[in-house]
Ligand binder design. Structure first.
Ligand code: ADP
Ligand code: MG
Length: 279
């Protein structure tokens, strides 16, 4: 398990995170949602061991993250940041190969993993292209392939994928592919934590949801428990309606000011209650 226990982060006198606890379980998909500036990216940086918390601790597979070497961290977790810069004229394939840096593997073993994740992410067709010449969406899929390459190989210990808005440059079809890939990663003893802006996608793909607001956890738990009108409105400060669509196990959220909210074909949500797990 990757566990953040009672994390607080203060930067230059500003409280960015306050008493936040999160658990990422192998085989499970955790979605973090919250408004801009809520502290979501900071939470990923702390979980990844990239910045230190002012209070609280991070444990990865029962080891204190603070005592782990950068190489040991690289083998157990991979991070897709919100923005990634590539400073050299690398090809797409060379960027993906960067994900293999910490592995003591042969060239053939690395090629096999890189080939597999590039197929999965649909990036094989432009493996020889210079990264800088790719579109925003293509770059994002190459970066996803890089982090998958880092943790894809089956090992005796669980690994973790931390994804900061992994679909921000992608069209709707690609977004679904990326989240389906994240779910596929879960079947390989990988725990996924992803920051997702689209609440309807978050509830569709996540096993657990964490609602963050102003650096604090509003609620956390399984979508049927926490994906409520009240929690969404409290977190985002925006009136919403929830609806059930035929054949879907999870509700659909529409901001109340959206004309769709008055569409007669929508049935108001009645199955989801307002139970809240406060942390
Ligand atoms: P989110 O990803 O939810 O949009 P962030 O975690 O990026 O939010 O940032 C949360 C808040 O912390 C923002 O107000 C941001 O300006 C502030 N912040 C983040 N990093 C720093 C930093 N290094 N120095 C000062 N303020 C920061
Ligand atoms: Mg962010």
């Amino acid at each position: 398990m990757l566990r953040a226990g009672n994390i607080s982060v203060m930067i230059r006198g500003k409280q960015i995170l306050q008493d936040v606890s999160v658990q990422v379980l192998p085989g499970r998909f955790t979605a973090v949602v919250g408004p801009n500036g809520a502290g979501k990216s900071t939470l990923i940086k702390v979980l990844a061991g990239e910045i230190s918390s002012t209070e609280g601790s991070i444990q990865i597979n029962a080891n204190e993250a603070a005592s782990m070497s950068p190489k040991a961290m690289s083998l157990v977790r991979a991070v897709l940041p919100q923005h990634t810069q590539v400073h050299f004229a690398f090809t797409a394939e060379q960027v993906v190969l960067l994900g293999r840096q910490a592995h003591a593997a042969t060239k053939n073993e690395n090629s096999a993993v890189v080939g597999e994740v590039m197929e999965l992410t649909g990036t094989s067709a432009f493996r020889s292209r210079i990264y800088h010449t790719l579109s925003g969406g293509e770059k994002q899929r190459v970066q996803l392939a890089r982090v998958l390459a880092q943790v894809w190989e089956q090992t005796l210990y669980p690994r973790y994928l931390l994804l900061d808005e992994p679909t921000s440059s992608l069209d709707i079809a690609q977004q679904d592919i990326i989240f389906s890939l994240a779910r596929l990663a879960c079947t390989r003893n990988i725990g996924v934590l992803a920051i997702i802006h689209d609440l309807n996608q978050a509830v569709q793909f996540a096993d657990e949801m964490v609602f963050l607001k102003c650096g604090r956890c509003v609620c956390a738990g399984a979508p049927p428990i926490v994906f409520t009108q009240s929690n969404i409105e409290t977190t985002f400060g925006c009136p919403v309606n929830l609806y059930h669509l035929a054949g879907r196990s999870h509700p659909f959220m529409v901001p109340s000011h959206n004309p769709l909210a008055d569409a007669p074909s929508f049935q108001p949500c009645i199955q989801f209650n307002n139970n809240v797990i406060n942390q």
